[in-house]
Design a protein around this ligand. Sequence first.
Ligand code: NAP
Length: 335
Amino acid sequence: MPQTNRQVRLAVRPSGLPRLADWQFTNEAMPAPGPGEFVTKVSHLSIDPAMRGWMNAGASYVPPVDIGAVMRAGGIGRVTASHNDGFAVGDYVYGTFGVQEYAVSDGRGVLKLDLSLAEPTAYLGVLGMTGLTAYFGLLDTGRLKEGDTVVVSGAAGAVGSVAGQIAKIKGCRVIGIAGGQEKCRLVTEEFGLDAAIDYRLPHLRRTLRELAPGGVDVYFDNVGGEILDDVLTCLARGARIAICGAISQYNETQVRGPANYMMLLVAQASMTGFLVFDFASRYPEAMAELAGWYRAGRLVSRETLVTGSVEDFPETLLKLFEGANTGKLILALDG
Ligand SMILES: NC(=O)c1ccc[n+]([C@@H]2O[C@H](COP(=O)([O-])OP(=O)(O)OC[C@H]3O[C@@H](n4cnc5c(N)ncnc54)[C@H](OP(=O)(O)O)[C@@H]3O)[C@@H](O)[C@H]2O)c1
């Protein structure tokens, strides 16, 4: 029987949380590489909050996924056939391969993984876009400096867990915000932050004031919404807020903006959004530093691995919005 390529395509643009009916499962013939191309058998898919935005129509930092197109996704895998001199059969690679079992590429935007540095899945987490986002958001956009009081939301998630640890490495006092007691335990005991606040409990603002009496110098925001509004009331003079994302808003039909933005004026603070892709020319320097910390045991990598097939993608994506992951959420493709 000829080998096939199972895929997940966007069928309908969702309103609110994506439903199973928003997806279409297809099964095509296994692709063959053309001149200058190679085929990768995808082993692991990166599951990202940004995927929800890519499903919407309208302008963003990347074009929306077209209706009927294979869902966009970062992934890693092994080259199984190649007509490209830069990529040999057996190479482990990272690329935007999409939610499918096999992907054809001409090598643009594809990175060969150095498995002497770390195991392959680390390139979706601490040594991948996740780690790079934390690194540049904190050090460049957040202009972090030693001795700062830093707050990170989504602190037990993929980017947040790395951001909190980098801030500790850089000599800051770091407070993580996460959902639930178990995640808060992880934030202090495993990621080594100084304190953690469970945002599901009442009085976040009061607790933050108690933990940061001198105010917050840097807020690395992954979640937006009410938590952003609370942190805005606790800023130190000259504070920097790095807007990494706003997962609390991604399934809302009406996005809620920060009501307390005038606190930026009061604290002479700034709030700046950033995109990791803007730092692409500096990825090598950041990866070298992240890899150094990782190998020295100073940066802990956490992954939530779901094992299944591409058909498990829709359900796995929802786990992000349910808070079911700690660290990087990855769909490992069996078979
Ligand atoms: N700017 C960039 O270039 C860039 C690049 C990559 C990612 N991002 C953004 O960075 C953020 C984190 O991404 P990630 O990949 O590390 O994902 P992640 O933090 O692992 O995302 C999942 C976590 O978000 C939290 N969450 C879900 N719904 C929430 C809500 N309503 N309120 C508060 N927290 C909620 C949950 O943790 P709890 O259990 O703690 O609620 C969940 O486990 C996202 O906003 C993403 O879009 C930005």
